[in-house]
Design a protein around this ligand. Sequence first.
Ligand code: SAM
Length: 198
Amino acid sequence: MSGAWLQRFERIDVVDLDPLAPWLFRRNHGRALRASATQIKFHRADAMAGLSSLLVAYPDATVFFDNVLGQHRFRMEDELVRAEAELRAVAGLLRGRDWGSVHDLFSGPLSNPLSPIQPALKVAALQSPTGLLAAGLQGDPLHRHLLAQVDAKGPWMDHLTSAVFPVGTAISLISWPFSPTYAHWLQAGWVSRDRDMP
Ligand SMILES: C[S@@+](CC[C@H](N)C(=O)[O-])C[C@H]1O[C@@H](n2cnc3c(N)ncnc32)[C@H](O)[C@@H]1O
């Protein structure tokens, strides 16, 4: 998320559970947002549990999930089926809005810590109505291709986000070498409210 992109907004409401989020957000974006006179308001709240209420409170807001949806499974550790269902439901709740997300798709260890990771792979619209990983971790050809690209070792964690975007959304898949021995594949996409217009 760049300061230049955030400067387009008159007001930004940042919702995060972490008490350090305001400090980090200001450190990263404060200067840019002072220059654009963008108002910032911080809310320490659960954005997933409170999503419906937030959408009612901010009926015209554009929504951006900045590396948060892939964390949902960790907060719902004992209820992964429900976690995935809630992630699938996000697009329906946001129907008629501009919204976007960048989030973990899957992550795991690498066989060869020194293997170079491909910088980024753009992928056009997914066609499957049930999502990228519906066929299971080992079964999906695209998934196998992505894991092979980073020389993945062993089973990788599925962050349950493969069906977050509506079918047909153009997405980017981005490899992120988190450490020399562990990597993530991120998924990024944007949904325009115009797509929901009749
Ligand atoms: C991987 S960090 C990303 C932080 C920041 N957005 C960035 O990209 O640098 C995930 C953030 O999501 C927040 N988070 C996770 N689940 C959340 C939820 N249900 N509601 C609000 N914040 C949540 C965490 O507190 C954490 O700050």
